[in-house]
Ligand binder design. Sequence first.
Ligand code: BG6
Length: 514
Amino acid sequence: MSVAQQAMEQLETMRIGKAGDPCVMVIFGAAGDLTRRKLIPALYNLAKHNLLSREFAVVGVARNAMSTDQFRAKVADDTREFAGSVDADLMDWFSRRIYYVTGEFKDASSYQQLRDQLQKADKDHGTHGNYLFYLATAPIFFADIVQQLGNAGIATSGDGHWRRAIIEKPFGRDLESARALNNELKKVLTEDQIYRIDHYLGKETVQNILAFRFANGIFEPIWNRRYIDHVQITVGETVGSEGRGGYLEQAGTLRDMVPNHIFQLISLTAMEPPISFQADAVRDEQAKILHAVSPLSSEDVLTRAVRGQFGEGVSEKGERIPAYREEPDVSPESRTETFVAMKLSIDNWRWADVPFYLRTGKRMPRRHTEIAIQFRRAPFVLFRDTPVEKLSRNQLVLNIQPEEGISLQFGVKTPGPIMQLGAVNMDFRYSDYFGASASTGYERLLHDCMIGDATLFQRADMVEAGWSVVTPVLDVWKALPPRNFPNYAAGTWGPKEAEELLTRDGRHWRNELR
Ligand code: BG6
């Protein structure tokens, strides 16, 4: 059997996990894009891999007037479009346990209807009174929905049944609003009922950061300030506002990407080994890192945080890419950032003096997310009487997406009579071993919630710690509106200040990115 076949077999064994508990999943915002593209296909995929209980039902709730039959037809179409191949019998089984309630999220009568529907589902599908509420709505509804669930008496876990709520992002828009939202939720739910989702934690390669670090003995000894010079995190997107101009104008890229997705990447990369794989053991260590990220003073914000907005540019194919300000629902004078770069430090023994540089932006040249660990150079250049003047750094790159893998870069002698060095890569690609995955990234997270494993969800203290770092930057940026927007062309790696953030320290972004 080849290594690839063995690996496929191992993967299948892992997939034959335990099915989720019997439950009804209630999706608020059932007519929206997230439900269509991710949640429904993810549920179907779970069913396909026998990871969904046979005692299961879905109740969609949204204000759009629709009958259950119409919703079932929509679900079938969406599943076909986004879940890849669909088996007719399984689709039929799935469809028969899907229901729809038309209702306003703030209207108490919607919750009476929902309660009746839930009782009926329990009876028809044996779902044991376990309810998973998924809040896939605009954030202004989060607190109201939870309050209404409480008022309707369907939010409390009890003897023999559980009630859990998955809360989508954005969770607040700064520290104060995140705290306020946590307080509102906790009036009705206990912390162990609240699952704050960050879809980055559903990505295999993000989960693999922990496996890579803690399942191998050879990396951890060098995973610290003695050997690591700095860390670069890039989350590059080629898309612009994608029809979400209204949301992005309000949020901006800093809020949209940093306190959640990028801080997950930082905390998993930098955390200490947890004492076990229990949810709170892992999250305690992540939280410690988030608390150790030193918040930027107002002066730091000016020198260590860079913002940008893309102007028009040219695509690789030579086509014109319109500026952000030309996009739908975006003000022609918009001052919203579509790019952020920052230099952060983590104040603890492992990472003192090791900068973590991060950058993320829309309309970058490539869709590419990576964590690049840049090691210190060898202590001196041995090859004195040769053309070799400077040694390169070894780099270990965790490629998160779209090429999923890990690559180690090191120097070798290039063939020939003269001593010259070249950089080469040792590459591992997921697709070589495990084939292409047909996952939406939500399967694991939904399944974890169904079995009560909160490891990959954010705790209140983690969310608040993230906002504590970001809020001072938001405050300074608000007080000093940008005067040079747009300051990078679509299709480039951001404004020149982002490059200067590193060149000042004698470093460079890995723009060749491979
Ligand atoms: C979302 C942001 O949370 O993440 C989007 O709101 C962003 O603006 C998206 O495009 C990126 O996710 P992914 O999985 O495509 O990297």
